[in-house]
Design a protein around this ligand. Structure first.
Ligand SMILES: [Zn+2]
Ligand SMILES: [Zn+2]
Length: 254
């Protein structure tokens, strides 16, 4: 693909387009046409355009070269420098601006990652880009049926983001906070997990308990938490219950 400025009528620029079937004339006005006629970096623009095919239905300029995640085109720049995304490269070739330097993004109005039609590009902040995506219902989580760990997004298991339509897995969300709180408790030495206790301490707890000492007293005595003692008590109760039940089953069998 190559654009050759062949003239202008009033506000309109006329380009002769080569490279896709018969050469044809393109009439364009506005900032994009102005930049195409007088780009910041003609050589770079030519390099991008050689690997572009115009999609007649959408008007997208589809990148035919190598792509990276999600279908963004990439084009090499200087030796030793990382390649540029083609839509950002197009912006630079035309206007000499690299919005990413100011923390801004070159965004697609057409939502085609591989498109580098400058008329489909706009510059915005990350928030604007995300808002645009959400408004179009294109948040990547919208169409997921299962979370990353395989839990299904049933209505009960979904935490819905009302603006974006994105869902969060309730099981994973809760598990995350449970893990984080537990890690915090362990770090602060007030974990409820009884399995952090050594067997000696466990035996000591049982012994003191059988002597009729209260849980808070044992906790201060052994420098463990009340919660751990309660957990141990319950564990013992559960174990005794299970043993009794098993014994009953055995008796019933005989
Ligand atoms: Zn496009
Ligand atoms: Zn999940």
């Amino acid at each position: 693909m190559r654009f050759e400025p062949v003239g202008a009528t009033g506000a309109q620029f006329i380009f002769k387009v080569y490279g896709q079937g018969k050469p044809f004339l393109l009439y364009r006005s506005g900032r994009v046409a102005e930049a195409l006629a007088k780009p910041h970096d003609q050589a770079f623009l030519d390099r991008i355009l050689t690997r572009v095919r115009i999609d007649n239905a959408s008007g997208c300029w589809l990148w035919q070269g190598s792509t990276v995640n999600f279908g963004y085109g990439q084009i090499s720049t200087k030796r030793g420098q990382s390649p540029m995304r083609t839509h950002a490269a197009m912006w630079f070739a035309l206007y000499g601006e690299r919005p990413s330097k100011d923390g801004l993004f070159v965004c697609h109005s057409c939502d085609v990652p591989g498109c580098c039609n400058p008329e489909h590009l706009w510059v915005g902040t990350a928030a604007q880009n995300n808002a645009d995506r959400d408004q179009k219902g294109r948040h990547p989580h919208v169409n997921m049926t299962h979370c990353f760990r395989g839990h299904e997004f049933t209505p009960e298991n979904s935490i819905l983001n009302k603006t974006s339509g994105a869902r969060t897995c309730r099981i994973c969300y809760n598990a995350f906070f449970r893990r984080r709180n537990e890690a915090k408790r362990i770090a602060e030495g007030r974990s409820r997990r009884a399995d952090l206790l050594t067997p000696e301490i466990k035996l000591e707890v049982y012994r003191l308990r059988s002597q009729g000492l209260s849980a808070p007293k044992i906790a201060t005595l052994l420098r463990i938490t009340k919660a751990q003692i309660h957990y141990l008590n319950h564990a013992r109760k559960r174990r005794d219950k299970k043993r009794a039940k098993d014994a009953e089953l055995r008796r019933a069998k005989v």
